[in-house]
Design a binder for this molecule. Structure first.
Ligand code: PEP
Length: 246
């Protein structure tokens, strides 16, 4: 399967710096052998819609509401994201689970709303350092995925799954290729039990992926791409990761 490299800009960017970054990326797009997407802050979706026109670059948002419309100040619905031609939306990023107390059930609901609007949710799962050290890694990621399967079973093969060990996000500590592959294989098996089409689900790795470690991670049989935070903000670094995905 073609690999997917998705950038997560988090709360970074400006109209000016976004334009420069996207233009630098697109000047190499003829060389891309993988799918490339950028998940950007919601106010910049319209800018990405324009900048990516007639190019292979895809884009998405970083969160979506579990509600469709109504009195939910500050929330953004899947239908609104669709208006801006979003292809992807990240749901359940560990920063939202941690700082916004998002539960497994809420994340599953958000994935459902995205799917219902024809947007691919990039569902993030991952254990904290404490959970890993307590030997709970498999239990935690399986519980997080199970909630999403429970609500979206019939169309689970339409999601992208991101394994993002919390201790590796933004810390410079990366899971070894073997550690990541092990968890990806566990997740693949869980998807297989739920769907006949589990083989076509992209399971991407996220957590301090960079130009130096991307090749080895992406060479693992169940690592189908990357979700890249910090390194997606620098064109040269992001392009190196894209080049490693073939
Ligand atoms: C992320 O935000 O999803 C992420 C993996 O961040 P970083 O690459 O900076 O660790």
């Amino acid at each position: 399967m073609k690999k997917l490299i998705a950038g997560n800009w988090k709360m970074n960017g400006s109209l000016e710096s976004n334009a420069a970054l996207v233009q630098a990326l697109l000047s190499h797009s003829a060389d891309w052998k993988c799918d490339v997407a950028l998940c950007v802050p919601a106010p910049y979706l319209s800018q990405l819609q324009n900048l990516s026109k007639a190019s292979p670059l895809m884009f998405g948002a970083q969160d979506v509401s579990m509600h469709e419309a109504g009195a939910f100040t500050g929330e953004i619905s899947a239908g609104m994201l669709k208006d801006f031609e979003c292809r992807y939306v990240i749901v359940g990023h560990s920063e939202r689970r941690q700082f916004h107390l998002e539960s497994d059930a809420l994340v599953a609901n958000k994935a459902q709303k995205a799917l219902a609007s024809g947007i691919t949710p990039i569902v993030c799962v991952g254990e904290t350092l404490q959970e890993r050290e307590a030997g709970l890694t498999e239990e935690v990621v399986k519980r997080q995925l199970a909630a999403v399967i429970h609500l979206n079973g019939h169309c689970i093969s339409e999601i992208v799954l991101a394994y993002e060990p919390v201790w590796a996000i933004g810390t410079g500590k990366t899971a070894t290729p073997e550690q990541a592959q092990h968890v990806h294989a566990v997740l693949r098996a869980q998807l297989h039990a739920a769907s006949a089409h589990a083989d076509r689900v992209h399971i991407v790795y996220g957590g301090s992926m960079n130009a130096a470690n991307a090749s080895q991670l992406l060479a693992q049989p169940d690592i189908d791409g990357g979700l890249v935070g910090g390194a997606s903000l620098k064109a040269a670094d992001f392009l190196s990761i894209i080049a490693a995905a073939h």
